[in-house]
Write a protein that binds this ligand. Sequence first.
Ligand code: SF4
Ligand code: SF4
Ligand code: SF4
Length: 244
Amino acid sequence: MTDLPPPSTKKLGLVIDLDTCVGCQACATGCKQWNSGGMAGPVTDEDPYGKDPSGVWFNRVHSYELEKTEEQPAMTLHFPRSCLHCETPACVTVCPTGASYKRASDGIVLVDEDKCIGCKLCSWACPYGAREYSEVEGVMKKCTLCVDRIYNENLPESEREPACVQVCPTRARHFGDLGDPESKVSKLVAERGGVALMPELGYAPVNRYLPPRPRRAGNEVELPVVESTSDATPRRWLDRILRR
Ligand code: SF4
Ligand code: SF4
Ligand code: SF4
């Protein structure tokens, strides 16, 4: 089993706006493109042009048609899913070799592939389905928060952010320090009532999702207005979707 470092004050993560995500998959393909050639690469594919293609994707975008209910009008929701860089991640503590680890300096959760024995315990432990096993290489992989971009002094400063954030055409993805209440991302989360995914499980995810703004469709019911991060309505709504 692997120990966690003391809690870091810096908590780097993503904020994803479900109001403006259009499900275009640019973040998924941009992620794959960058990481295939980066420190986490190769990000493998199996039978990519066959009837049943599969492979490693650090970021997957799921789209749902939501029926009209008392809480919401009928709508399409696009839901990007990647590692949430939890503060107390089960995928790390369950790892028998120390391959899975959380960085003390900035909270990023990573895998040291040289130590990974491919036992898959971490993927069973992660309730968010964020781990990706490479059948080709026999090792576990995952979102690195583009650690090889965000500190990369060979890149212009404006490009030192995750690939998925850079390529999103609707600017639905944001990156920053969620441990700093004065950061842009923390202020955005406070302003929009951002929520953590299934916090009741106790792993303290760092990433946040911004719920869709209230929609009006003819005389249909409006979504309730979210006033604070403690509001349970959008969280219940997200949880229901993730459990499908
Ligand atoms: S690139 Fe942006 S808009 Fe497109 S699926 Fe990803 S988050 Fe949504
Ligand atoms: S698959 Fe690798 S990273 Fe995951 S628990 Fe096993 S050794 Fe650790
Ligand atoms: S932060 Fe980097 S590794 Fe993680 S989903 Fe975005 S592009 Fe992929």
